[in-house]
Structure formats: C-alpha cells, structure tokens
Design a protein around this ligand. Sequence first.
Ligand code: NAP
Length: 248
Amino acid sequence: MTTIDRNREFAGKTVLVTGAGKGIGHATVHLLIERGARVIALSRSAADLDALKKETGCETIAVELADANAAREAARAARPVDLLVNNAGLAELQPFLETTVESFDLTMNVNLRAAMIVAQECAKSMIERGVGGSIVNVSSLSANVGFALHAAYCASKGGLDAMTRVMANELGPHGIRVNAVNPTVTMTPMGEKAWSDPAKAGPMLARIPLNRFVQPVEVARTIAYLLSDDSSMVNGVSLLVDGGFQAC
Ligand code: NAP
C-alpha cells in the first residue's frame, strides 16, 4: 500500500491561488505550502500579500480582478502553473428590489468573469504543455440556496457552478479536472461581515446538523483534496462543505 507523505504531496507543483490575502485563500496558501507546493498568491491588497510572503515564502501578484485586462495580464504573468484555485470573491448585501446595476456588475465581474479569465489563461498553458492539471473554483452554498440580500452573490455562484461543469466537460479531454467547492458560512472577514449578527446567525446555525460554521482551514483541506491525485476521477462536481445543511 502506498503511503502519502502529506508534507510532500504537492512537491514539484506550482499553484496559483486568487484572493489569497485573507480568509479561505490565505488558509489555502498556508496549507499548500505546508504540503510542499510552490504557491503564487494573487490578491488585491499589497499589504496582505507582503505579510503572506513573509509568513510562507510564497510569490505574490497584486491585481484588481474586476479589471478584465489586468486579470488576464496577471494570470499570464503567473504561468506556467500546474494547479489553480479561483477563490477571489466579494459579497455586497442588498435587498433584491434595491440591488444596483453597479453592485451586480462588480459581483459578476469578480466572482465569475475573473474566474473565467484566469482559468482560460492557466488552462491554455496546461494544454500547450500537455501536462493536465486541476482547477478548483470556490463557489458557495449560495449557488443552491436563495439567501435573502444575496441576489447578485447567489447569481454569481450559481453561474460559477454552471461554468465549472462546462469547464469539466471541455477541459477533461486535456486531462484537466475542474471542480467547485461550496462552503456554508465560513469564519473569514467576509463571513463575519455577513453573519456576525446573532439574530441572523442563530437560525442559520440551527439548520446545520454539526451546529457550527466552517473554519477556513476546513475549506482549504477540501480544496487540497480536489487539487490532488486523491480525487483523480472527480470532475465537474460542486462539493458542499456545509456541515449537512443541504441534507435536511
Ligand atoms: P474574504 O475574507 O473577504 O477574502 C477575500 C480575498 O479575495 C481577499 O484577500 C480580497 O482582497 C480578495 N479579493 C476580493 N476581491 C478582489 C478583487 N476584485 N481583486 C483581487 N482580489 C480580490 O473572503 P473569504 O470569505 O475568504 O471568501 C473567499 C471565497 O470563498 C469567495 O469566493 C467567497 O465567495 C467564498 N465563500 C465564502 C464564504 C464565507 O462565509 N466566508 C462562504 C462560501 C463561499 P482585499 O481584501 O484586498 O479586497
């Protein structure tokens, strides 16, 4: 029986992680480096990236992913990569009737369009090199559940799940697997912003059989599974990390 040395699981692999400055992306960079990867951390705030570089020795790219041309240039600068984590995302909470075009467009441009652009550039390079690869899109339980005040966000994550399936279909023949990971509320700056009110968090927690929210490292471990050869025949799935929310 082969024993996996977790410290060397990603040795020789270069991983691009977007939205790496905080939360799930930050935890993912730490975990992948612990497991032997070379990581290129892409995010918006240079100060976050400088701190992460000091902590882990990762390489960094600072870019505003809402800018399509800048997103493409940044992805090109990161190449060649073996593995990609499309994690950058934002949530602006507005009632449906008051959701603005500006907020809707920004949410789509960061959560969905940038994921497409970055994956296009990485996948083209994987195909040219004939190396295969694995891409993980960080989606959300919100792809399946219509949370109040989350119209643009839910739409962006539903779109991301749909795009994940198309990517799995078209890139699979090139040996590139594409999957989504779909957490429920996760204790990051974004999660705290949206769910810190106990009146809102209480009913949500009550619907989670494990009776707690997710820690960023728990999402990072699921991402690592989908990136790794442990999931070598998993392609096109949206993997819930929701403590059983959707089972009930
Ligand atoms: P977070 O704590 O807000 O961190 C998001 C990271 O993405 C930050 O480093 C942020 O940089 C970066 N980012 C955001 N917009 C960007 C842009 N336009 N260009 C470049 N970088 C940008 O969020 P998180 O909770 O870790 O969320 C990570 C992913 O998980 C997102 O896709 C989110 O939708 C998803 N998710 C989160 C939860 C949750 O409850 N937290 C649940 C399900 C899914 P700056 O801080 O510099 O802007």
